[in-house]
Write a protein of this length. Structure first.
Length: 335
């Protein structure tokens, strides 16, 4: 609250923030102070799922003006390296990323950001939808890496926010059938709501038993598995479930070392692919939202003003609902 309002550089814009979603990584940094090699050493502003209004532009900015409503892509490469040249800027080792130490996030009243990574929102796309483009982008990137296409049979492991966006995008990309697994009946109900064809509530089955259930409900083994939990048993189930010659994409992040049936994957030519965030997804997501081809509004289950940020984080930590959204601008009454 007491931080000075930043001044935008020549290629930056100053934003009055509107909607910021809380991500599991935000909660993890808050609770544990680190994720893998990323360690919080100094006070850090959280938040990276965000939208806001431009209030000031730098001297070199021509595509935005004060008053424009924008969605913010949180990852900005600091230099044009080989990864940027290849179109995979998300892999650039020098990337700035909101709320990844030591970079501050945008859960605040005012925030400045690279103008090239702020995308104008059409009038029929709300601020909340703009903030949801960040998790939605994970689904777009994962489903592209997986090769989802017309008629694909897809297994999504985990029905949290990232599992749900993968369901939405897989269906949008032409998947004929999507099956989702989770421990929680209420989360599986939400998966049904956003387009899942089948759901399986996992209790204490072995990974092989989960794989067998997936095959049973689909009527075949899925060509594509999108693993969104990071849990060892779920990764194992993903390998066993995927059809020979298929693809397993690892989206969820768990412990650094996990034991998996790698020989099973190898001899059946199951490709195991990772993803790191996303790249080149904001224009795609905005086009989908503006055309009303997808509906992400059911994902937001809780809303809090910025003053109640701690309550919002506690709600997310308890695993209540799906997506918790913070509203940072008390003067703005738009949706």
């Amino acid at each position: 609250e007491n931080r000075p309002i930043p001044e935008p550089g020549p290629n930056e814009v100053l934003l009055r923030m509107h909607s910021v979603g809380i991500c599991g990584s935000d909660v993890h940094y808050w609770q544990h102070g680190r994720i893998g090699d990323f360690v919080v050493k100094d006070p850090m502003v959280l938040g990276h799922e965000a939208s806001g209004t431009v209030i000031k532009v730098g001297s070199g900015v021509t595509h935005l003006k004060p008053g424009d409503r924008v969605a913010i892509e949180p990852g900005v490469p600091r230099e044009v390296d080989e990864f940027c040249k290849a179109g995979r800027y998300n892999l650039s080792p020098t990337i700035f990323f909101c709320a990844t130490p030591p970079d501050d996030g945008n859960l605040c009243r005012y925030y400045k950001h690279s103008a090239s990574y702020c995308y104008k929102l059409p009038d029929n796309v709300t601020f909340e939808e703009g903030a949801l483009i960040e998790p939605l982008s994970v689904g777009i990137h994962a489903c592209k890496r997986a090769g989802v296409t017309l008629g694909s049979k897809v297994f999504v492991s985990g029905s949290g926010p990232i599992g749900l966006v993968n369901v939405i995008i897989a269906k949008m990309m032409g998947a004929a059938a999507v099956v989702v697994t989770d421990l929680s009946a209420s989360r599986l109900q939400k998966a049904k709501e956003v387009g899942a064809d089948f759901t399986i509530q996992v209790k204490n089955e072995t990974p092989q038993e989960v794989a067998s259930k997936v095959e049973s409900v689909l009527g075949c083994m899925p060509e594509i598995t999108v693993e969104c939990t990071g849990v060892q048993a779920c990764i194992q189930a993903g390998i066993y479930a995927t059809r020979s010659g298929g693809v397993l994409v690892l989206v969820g992040l768990g412990p650094e070392m996990v034991t998996v049936p790698i020989v099973n994957a190898a001899v059946r030519e199951v490709d195991i692919r990772g993803i790191f965030r996303y790249c080149n997804t904001w224009p795609v997501a905005i086009a989908l939202l503006a055309s009303k081809r997808i509906n992400v509004k059911p994902l937001v289950t809780h809303r809090f003003p910025l003053e109640k940020a701690l309550e919002a984080f506690e709600t997310t930590k308890r695993g209540e609902g799906v997506k918790v959204m913070l509203k940072c601008d008390p003067t703005d009454q738009s949706p």
